[in-house]
Design a protein around this ligand. Structure first.
Ligand code: HEM
Length: 208
């Protein structure tokens, strides 16, 4: 069944710039995480290594090339996304208000399978929290990455993050949080596949 959008002109559910930056961002994250695992394996922080088969780059030098290339994509694309989100007022409209009571209510409803997905234009409070969290997490990844990349040039930032070694741990933990977000995000998309259409389609018709 197809339902017409209630808004005049039947505009897309997500603006085109958001869909383009989202998919470029997903590509950058995939390259960064898998090449990052290869870089980690060259000098592991903890008592384990990532299996070579799920890493990108083949060897340390190759992985660094992938990592540096994708880092520009993530940083520039992320800044464009944030700038357009703030300038258009979309950030406040879509992600706020956000309250502990709302998060609790929506999380309970989700666990009981009673969370409504009637209107894909509105994010529930758990989604708002998760999306805002991942924006901050990616900012932490980029800032700690800058310290690891040019620790002498970014000395002030390095000290703010507790020194080079601590920045490495921050970078690792932020990566782990990002991977956890993506895992949950993909499960949610699989549970409500209709949201994927809204991220791909250029019209406001909602396929149900
Ligand atoms: C890999 C890193 C990814 C990150 C960091 C990420 C992050 C995000 C964020 C922050 C939003 C909300 C954006 C906004 O409204 O401004 C979003 C929405 C969405 N993402 Fe992703 N995403 C990623 C990958 C993916 C992938 C691989 C898929 C699908 C296979 C996907 C499907 C979606 C969908 C369908 C929505 C809309 C959700 C809805 O309407 O409830 N994302 N994503």
């Amino acid at each position: 069944m197809q339902r017409e959008s209630p808004t005049p002109g039947n505009p897309p559910i997500h603006p085109l710039w958001m869909r383009i930056t989202h998919w470029l961002n997903a590509l950058a994250v995939l390259v960064l995480v898998t090449s990052g695992w290869r870089i980690y394996d060259a000098s592991p922080l903890f008592d384990f290594e990532f299996p070579a088969s799920i890493t990108l780059g083949g060897w340390l030098g190759g992985a660094l090339q992938w990592h540096f290339a994708a880092m520009w994509l993530l940083a520039i694309n992320g800044l464009i996304y944030l700038a357009l989100n703030v300038a258009s007022g979309r950030l406040w409209r879509k992600f706020f208000p956000l309250s502990l009571a709302g998060i609790w209510r929506d999380a309970l409803a989700a666990l009981r399978g009673k969370l409504s997905h009637d209107d894909p234009r509105r994010y529930n409070h758990v989604q708002r929290l998760a999306y805002l969290f991942v924006m901050v997490d990616i900012a932490v990844l980029v800032l700690s990455g800058l310290v690891l990349w040019k620790s002498v040039q970014f000395a002030g930032l390095r000290e703010l993050l507790g020194g080079y070694e601590f920045a490495r741990r921050i970078h690792f933990c932020a990566m782990a949080a990002l991977v956890a977000f993506v895992a949950v995000h993909l499960v949610m998309v699989a549970l409500v596949p209709r949201t994927l259409l809204t991220m791909l389609s250029s019209h406001g018709k909602e396929a149900t």
